[in-house]
Design a protein around this ligand. Structure first.
Ligand code: ADP
Ligand code: MG
Length: 281
């Protein structure tokens, strides 16, 4: 029995047309060149590749920030068509994104409690007291403390800010979370904490992740499936263990050879935890 498909991409293409100037002609950048994949509920697809290969462009398409030049995107089986139909709030709510550096998107004058409650103000008719309650619950859920509720963004560390960004993304109960290099700016020990938090939240809320990274040790830890991109194209796509054990393309082999061995114990522990969670009580 397979889980329902939350996200499906069929031949996604994104071209950027760059206007000419006095010194250079107009040209087209083919950022994403016909990318297809699907992600089942509760699973994590890791998108890997070096800088400039089109990962963030893909993230913007999946989160409906940007429209593809061609191809189809389906969220929970519904076709996304930004140009023709516009998008319902309900559709937008389903997909949330966490960026590498959440500080840029946090209003410096807004207390964290308000940062977390705001998505409820925009998306629901819940009264203020209920919004505050839910914000507080989510604050605790991501490992922060009640006293953090009334603090401002600059009073937090990088890891704590990423917890805030994750909490904010989860406030509207999305089915899909796109994480664009979410731990790349953090120290190794903090990276591990955030990855563990993401794994716990995924189990608790049956979340589906698209996890973008250039770091294979991180991918190896978090991914169920792996998709490797190279200059806008998919050169490798499959279950993590298969992709890691038997990379098909030269680019992937080079990429893997350049990466230190992953922490095999932590992967085993996570898999064991997942298996135990799947067992009926
Ligand atoms: P990655 O996230 O993997 O580093 P991006 O998706 O950011 O890659 O970029 C893919 C390619 O598209 C790059 O060549 C980049 O320069 C180009 N690109 C991205 N955004 C734009 C834009 N808004 N306008 C023009 N070119 C862009
Ligand atoms: Mg990027």
């Amino acid at each position: 029995m397979s889980a329902p498909v939350v996200l499906e991409a069929r031949g996604l293409v994104r071209d950027y047309h760059i206007g000419g100037s006095l010194f250079s002609g107009a040209r087209t950048v083919h950022a994403v060149k016909g990318v297809s994949f699907s992600v089942e509920k509760g699973r994590t697809l890791a998108v890997v590749g070096e800088s400039g290969c089109g990962k963030s462009t893909l993230a913007r398409i999946i989160t409906m920030i940007d429209a593809p030049t061609a191809g189809e995107l389906l969220i929970e089986g519904n076709r996304v068509d930004i140009a023709r139909h516009g998008l319902s709030k309900e559709m937008r709510r389903k997909v949330q994104i966490v960026f590498q550096n959440p500080y840029g998107s946090l209003n410096p004058r807004q207390k964290i409690g308000d940062v977390l409650a705001e998505p409820l103000l925009l998306n629901t008719a819940l009264p203020a007291a209920e919004r505050r309650d839910r914000a507080m619950q989510m604050l605790l859920k991501v490992g922060l403390k009640p006293e953090h509720f009334n603090r401002y963004p600059h009073m937090f560390s990088g890891g704590q800010r990423q917890r805030i960004a994750i909490a904010r993304a989860l406030m509207v109960n999305p089915s899909l979370l796109v994480l664009d290099e979410p731990v790349s700016a953090l120290d190794l020990s903090v990276q591990a904490q955030i990855l563990n938090l993401l794994a716990d939240l995924q189990d608790e809320f049956a979340l589906t992740y698209v996890f973008i990274s250039h770091d294979l040790s991180v991918v190896r830890y978090i991914a169920d499936d792996v998709m490797v991109m190279y200059f806008g194209e998919v050169v490798e796509y499959g279950p993590r263990d298969e992709v890691f054990a038997n990379p098909q393309h030269d680019y992937t082999r080079t990429l893997f050879a350049a990466t230190p061995r992953a922490d095999v114990d932590s992967i085993r522990a996570r898999l064991a935890r997942k298996a135990a969670a799947a067992e009926p009580a």
